[in-house]
Design a protein around this ligand. Structure first.
Ligand code: GLN
Length: 485
């Protein structure tokens, strides 16, 4: 077996059966990173020695578990007590965390091997990885295009087989959108499913950790391993799942698939709408009931998200002032000047834009007009989904309007960039899970570019959502195709 060409579960099983050693697997991935990372800039830091040392311990039987020996990439927004945690920002260049995020710890407790930290949009703000202070990530399917963001390094690493599984975070689409643009599976679990302890906060009421993989079964396993109540995150939920979410091959009895015309805009790439239509046909042929759902509030998602998320960001990022945390300016006249200079030097343009937006919508006089109003719309969006899930088990829609765009194409137009998240932000606003699946390809200038179809389900119903996702995957082979590296 070539460890870098296997699915995560197959590799895990091969290591357990000792037909491949954990050291061989780690070496194979490290070699591939060596070969391709220079071209893609997916990893910011690679823990080669640490990974090999842990792999030896797996082979010696000292480290075991459900993921024993499986090499995983981690978005650089999750704290690790080894290596750096920089959020791809100058502000945190060289920062070493004294602790490890719970999600990462759970992976390691299950025997996973952390290969390194992946490049992202600075502080997870962006949809292209062009907001990274350590250079953009390139899309493995066409290196003139973006991988999506903000977890673009994890998505690109997964697509290029520079890891067996990757971890990202999703506040408004940052797992699902890059998964779609890179042709891999990406999951944003229910808010509260996975602990946020050790995740550098962007918008705390929206942030969730989740996996990138090639298959639904692999994603379900990683989600399951990271899930569960954590006393260190008061928003992590106590859930006793009736069903095992990793058991994705369980049949789903006559699933009801909802389709909303609001997601099937004429402005979408025609190939995207065809991909959703084909997915719908697959479900129909598999015995699903197709239900028309009306989601008129879809159009309000972006406007609402870009009030709520920056508001929370402006508060969360206040700690980076050069004194408590982060880059400190060399020279300053007084304390206020030190804050101003440190923050001006440490943050990039998009982060500054969000802090200004957030500060504005929270300022007295505007708080009610913007922030409170946005919270009300957010509640209505949640209620609209609640009503939809009375009538269907999952909503099927595009993850994005089209495939990966070119580097630089939207970099100077924040609004065009924000519109990338039109189909993903509302799941975050409602706190419900969403999965992006490889759904087909669009041909652009001789390049096959991946398209993602999305399934959105009710809160804490990942078990059924994964089974419905698996049903689609079983009837397609998009997930088996690899970029021409
Ligand atoms: N692209 C969105 C933003 O820039 C979502 C980011 C995310 O999910 N972290 O806010």
């Amino acid at each position: 077996m070539n460890p870098t060409q296997a699915t995560l579960i197959d590799l895990r099983d091969a290591i357990a059966a000792r037909s491949v050693s954990a050291v061989e697997a780690a070496r194979a991935y490290l070699d591939r990173i060596e070969q391709y990372n220079g071209r893609l800039n997916a990893y910011h830091e690679v823990f080669a020695e640490r990974a090999l040392a842990r792999a030896e311990r797996v082979d010696a039987g000292e480290v075991g578990g459900e993921l024993a020996g499986v090499p995983i990439a981690i978005k650089d927004v999750l704290c690790t007590e080894y290596g750096q945690t920089t959020c791809s920002s100058r502000m945190l260049a060289g920062y070493r965390s004294p602790f490890t995020a719970t999600a990462v710890r759970r992976l390691e407790d299950a025997g996973a091997i952390i290969l390194g930290k992946t490049v992202m949009d600075e502080f997870a703000m962006g949809s292209s990885c062009e907001n990274s202070a350590v250079g953009p990530v390139l899309n493995p399917w066409d290196v003139t295009r973006v991988p999506g963001g903000s977890s673009g390094g994890s998505a690109a690493a997964m697509a290029a087989d520079l890891c067996a599984g990757a971890i990202g975070t999703d506040t408004g689409g940052s797992i699902r959108q890059p998964a779609a643009l890179c042709g891999v599976v990406g999951v944003k679990p229910t808010y509260g499913r996975i602990s946020r302890y050790g995740l550098v906060a962007f918008a705390s009421s929206l942030d969730q950790v989740g996996p990138f993989t090639h298959t639904v079964a692999d994603a379900a396993l990683l989600t399951k391993v990271m899930s569960g109540r954590d006393p260190k995150d008061s928003t992590s939920a106590h859930v006793d799942d009736a069903q095992d979410m990793a058991d994705v091959d369980q049949p789903v009895d006559k699933p009801r698939i909802g389709i909303a015309r609001q997601y099937m805009s004429d402005a979408n790439d025609p190939a995207m709408n065809r991909a959703v239509q084909q997915a719908l046909d697959i479900y129909r042929d598999a015995g699903a009931e197709i239900v028309d759902i009306d989601l008129p509030l879809t159009d309000y998602g972006i406007a609402t998200y870009y009030i709520v998320a920056p508001a929370e960001a402006s508060s969360n990022l206040a700690r980076f002032d050069g004194v408590h945390y982060g880059h400190r300016a060399q020279q300053a006249d007084d304390l206020i000047d030190l804050y101003a200079r440190s923050r001006s030097e440490g943050f990039g343009d998009e982060v500054k834009r969000r802090i200004m937006l957030g500060t504005y919508v929270l300022s007295s006089g505007y708080y009610d007009a913007y922030y409170n109003r946005a919270l009300k719309v957010r509640r209505l969006i949640k209620q609209e989904f609640d009503a939809a899930f009375e009538r269907c088990d999952a909503l099927l829609c595009p993850t994005t309007a089209g495939p990966a765009f070119r580097l630089g194409e939207k970099a100077d137009d924040p609004l065009a960039m924000y519109l990338n998240d039109a189909y993903t932000v509302n799941a975050n606003m409602a706190g419900i899970p969403g999965v992006s699946l490889p759904g087909g390809f669009a041909d652009h200038d001789g390049h096959a570019l991946p398209l993602g179809v999305q399934l959105i389900g009710p809160a804490f119903d990942e078990a059924r959502l994964f089974r419905i996702a698996r049903l689609f995957e079983k009837h397609t082979d998009h997930h088996t195709r690899r970029p021409p590296l």
